[in-house]
Design a protein around this ligand. Structure first.
Ligand code: ADP
Ligand code: MG
Length: 633
């Protein structure tokens, strides 16, 4: 006996323990899914074996009929799920069943509130498959042996759902994994043939492997005869069936199998392509973002099959990064069975498939937006931010992606992002040529930005952008349906035909009239501003800050600086509203010191109104206090 063979008791990784607890308590109302999860794992294990056996068929050990068996014992109150798939080594058992190795797990758990109701909704983002056994069992035993290892290297794992589990090296004749659930007293009802069959039919019909149960014994001599085997599920790869043959429920269950998600998808698209390339795809849009959507190392991509044989998970080559939320499978008839990631990267046929699959997803989203706005709004909430990465990554589909974007705008003045660019265009004023937007750190700053005043006054709609990606998005979007985008906080505000000749004349006159004031302010703020001018943007505020036409927007600048990038300093343009009493007061201020203080205060306030931070807040406060004191004297 090797040292390792002895029985060993180990503690769960803290995270696993926490998840286990949450799992047991939160999925209580839908307990039967435990079977779906275990059958799904058995099916994955068979897929993995079949793939490995492509290059080494000795792994089949003279048993190549892959199947899943489900047995039960009413008296012993057990359910047993048996597969002859890939199996696990001792290390793998500890790794897979005792730790949760996925990156970001710790953060995910930290985000839990401790309120079980709320958290149970979050658990769906996680996919806790195997642990669902503990919803119905108070003791779970796993017997497993990895394909290709000697029968003396079987492993027995056991756990009561508490803090510890045991592992022991045992003899196991058959390859694969056997899981025995010792049912809790309140879950004994599951040790029933009819019940198990109906659960399998409901959740696992799409599994391409046969799920086999013994027929219930009937009749007089039921006791004496060995009951026959019966395949309970459909047992063909779901995507090979024609669309009309597959029910919505089957599509949904298949989604849960491939995505490891607990919730129904929002939408799917199932297609067979024949011709130069021959493949089937089944693509899903999930309803909720996984907890690790923004984690660079998180797995993404489709499950790849070649002629019905599973090849790999997370085949990233079939969709662009900005569609990384899409789940599903692609089954190719052209690729070779020993295709690798490296080959996928180089194969020009994959590019063609990627182009076609991308289009499918965008079309599916377009359809959802049109026919099912409620679902689309759920989609947008979960994945809108990711889709916004699209125009930068996928130039060719820019226009199509743009039509799928949703924004908040001054039309509603609400933070909900529910306005499309087409909605905006429909509402454009006569003579309006551009799509206006303001970008700020948060919604309220955007909504209350002084830059909007002149546009609001004229009833011109402005998109209110406050997501981190927004300025970056806009810099790649540039135009939609031949309408250019215009940041209202950049450069001269040129409203084109929206300004009447009279407006323009009045502006010119006002500029002339205040030349002197502008010069004085410029002298005082010399090292802080690039230029000072009379504004045509403001109606309410005394002043505002504008960046140069070709300078980086303030929001983008802040993001890059926070990310540690050193950016060349650019000075803003300071615009004054002479209609405002404070500016008028400034104009008439004879005391040069007080003039300087007031000019600096107005400038600092303009930065603050934009959500900026002051370089020297203490100086601002002391100047302001000085003025306040003078007021009260
Ligand atoms: P997931 O299926 O999402 O990976 P699970 O919690 O369902 O997560 O399973 C955890 C891991 O345990 C699996 O990824 C797999 O490596 C291993 N595993 C579970 N069940 C089996 C099985 N029947 N045969 C082989 N490995 C299994
Ligand atoms: Mg699983």
């Amino acid at each position: 006996m090797t040292v390792e063979a002895h029985k060993e008791t180990r503690g769960f990784q803290t995270e696993a323990k926490q998840l286990l607890h949450l799992m047991i308590h939160s999925l209580y109302s839908n307990r039967e899914i435990f079977l779906r999860e275990l059958v799904s794992n058995a099916s994955d294990a068979a897929d993995k074996l079949r793939f490995k056996a492509l290059s080494d068929d000795s792994l089949y050990e003279s048993d190549s009929e892959l199947a899943i068996r489900v047995e039960f014992d009413k008296d012993a109150k057990t359910i047993t799920i048996i597969d002859n798939g890939i199996g696990m080594t001792r290390e793998e058992v500890v790794e897979n069943l005792g730790t949760i190795a996925r990156s970001g797990t710790a953060q995910f758990l930290q985000s839990l509130s401790g309120d079980e109701k709320k958290d149970s909704k979050l658990i769906g983002q996680f996919g806790v498959g195997f642990y669902s056994a503990f919803i119905v069992a108070d003791r779970v035993e796993v017997f497993t042996r990895k394909a290709g290892t000697p029968i003396t290297e079987g492993v027995h794992w056991e756990c009561t759902g508490e803090a510890e589990f045991t592992v022991e090296t045992v003899e196991k004749n058959t390859r694969g994994t056997t899981i025995t659930l010792h049912l809790k007293p309140d879950a004994e009802e599951f040790a029933d043939g009819w019940r198990l069959r109906s659960i399998i039919k409901k959740y696992s019909d799409h599994i391409s492997l046969p799920v086999i149960m013994k027929k219930d014994p009937v009749g007089e001599d039921a006791e004496s005869k060995e009951p026959e085997d019966e395949t309970v599920n459909h047992a063909t790869a779901l995507w090979t069936r024609s669309r009309s043959e597959v029910s919505d429920d089957e599509y949904k269950e298949f989604y849960k199998h491939v995505s490891h998600d607990f919730e129904d998808p929002l939408s799917w698209s199932h297609n067979r392509v024949e011709g130069k390339l021959d493949y089937t795809s089944l693509l899903y849009i999930p309803a909720k973002a996984p907890f690790d959507l923004y984690n660079r190392d998180a797995s993404r991509g489709l499950k790849l099959y070649v002629q019905r044989t599973f090849i790999m998970d997370d085949a990233e080559q079939f969709l662009p990064m900005y569609l990384r939320f899409v789940k599903g499978i692609v089954d190719s008839n052209d690729l070779s069975l020993n295709v690798s990631r490296e080959i996928l990267q180089k194969d020009p046929n994959i590019d063609a498939m990627r182009t076609a699959l991308t289009k499918r997803v965008l079309d599916m989203l377009g359809k959802m937006a049109k026919n099912n706005p409620e679902d689309y709004s759920k989609f947008w909430q979960a994945f809108g931010q990711v889709l916004k990465e699209g125009p930068a990554e996928d130039f060719a589909n820019r226009e199509k992606i743009a039509s799928l974007l949703r924004f908040s705008s001054t039309h509603t003045d609400k933070p909900d992002q529910d306005q499309s660019l087409d909605n905006y265009i429909e509402r454009m004023k006569e003579g309006q040529e551009k799509i206006y937007y303001v970008a700020a750190e948060n919604f309220n700053t955007a909504k209350n930005s002084p830059h909007l005043e002149a546009l609001r006054k004229r009833g011109i709609e402005v998109l209110l952008l406050c997501d981190r990606v927004d300025e970056w998005l806009m810099s790649h979007l540039m135009e939609y349906k031949e309408k250019h985008f215009q940041d209202v906080g950049k450069g001269q505000l040129n409203l084109g035909e929206l300004d009447t000749e009279e407006d323009k004349k009045a502006q010119e006159e006002s500029a002339k009239q205040h030349e002197d004031l502008v010069k004085r302010v410029k002298d005082v703020l010399d090292n802080r501003v690039a230029d000072v001018r009379v504004t045509n943007r403001l109606t309410e505020s005394p002043a505002c800050i504008v960046v140069g036409e070709h300078d980086m927007g303030a929001q983008m600048r802040r993001i890059l600086e926070q990310a540690g990038q050193e950016l060349p300093e650019t000075k803003p343009i300071f615009e004054l509203n002479p209609e405002h009493p404070l500016v008028d007061k400034l104009d008439h201020e004879q005391n040069e010191d007080r003039f300087a203080d007031l000019a600096n205060i107005l400038f600092d306030q303009a930065s603050l109104a934009e959500g900026g931070t002051l370089e020297d807040p203490a100086a601002y406060v002391s100047k302001l206090n000085k003025l306040l004191l003078e007021l009260s004297n």
